[in-house]
Design a binder for this molecule. Sequence first.
Ligand code: ZN
Length: 308
Amino acid sequence: MKLLRRAFLLLPLLASVAQAQTAAPPALELVVLGSGGPGATGRAGSSHAVLVDGVPRILVDAGPGSFARLGEAKLALGQLDILLLTHLHADHVGELPGLVKARAVSSGRPITLKIFGPAGQKARQRDDADFPSTRRLVELLFGKQGAFGYLRDFSAPLSFQVTDIPASTRQPRVLLDEGGLRISAIAGHHRDAPAVIYRIDHGGKSLTFSGDIDPQGHAALRRIAADTSLLVVNSVVLDPPDSPPVLYTLHTAPTQTGEIAADVRAGQLLLAHLSPAVDGRREAVQAAIRQHYAGPLVWAEDGLRITP
Ligand SMILES: [Zn+2]
């Protein structure tokens, strides 16, 4: 009898253990913080948070407006220590000071932010602009002589480990490999803006971020994205000739996106960085992609959470 009573007393405990087991966080989860840009269309500029075993650890790009979305997503920032920048256009990095300050006030402990992004480039044509390296950008923003240098000792000691990824990176290069989390990169191509494609692997799942990419970057994307669980492709233009010609020197058309997603056997495809043109012609865009890719296709929204 006593034994039986003890068994009954144990039941709730066993149930809660079982619940904790079923509620184990996914190895990787993606939260869309900004699904738009560069126009002010009601979507925040390009930005994604990546949760590793349920912990927000990584930001991919820092577009304007992502600061507010990060707060709305109610993500704890205390362990966020990796920033991956696909390129240094304003719609992808404009929110850096706000996000770095939010991280600085999230914890009193010393913080080291590991920041990865493209190397700099001198203008190739007279009308083009120079692009600073990621290291230079961080120096201009947060260096001792930088615009927001005070942040280095504002709330907690804050330091930066910045890695510039050169445009000559033609094979996937491992940037970080710790505790089963692996981040790799390859140079992308976004006309004159130095660009990087990232892949995050953990627990048998993976996320690949194309960044803004023109056709000269497609071979690199195919190389790094093989068998990826979730392929995130920036979607700015319609198939030719429905977008302004100059945009095809910067971006990837839907039919090409479908071909790439099929070639790399992507588990899921997320269309991100949506322009009003693409957003307004969803059926046509989807039909173009569906000529080649039959897997799950998701349209990004600010705040959307996806588990690959
Ligand atoms: Zn962009």
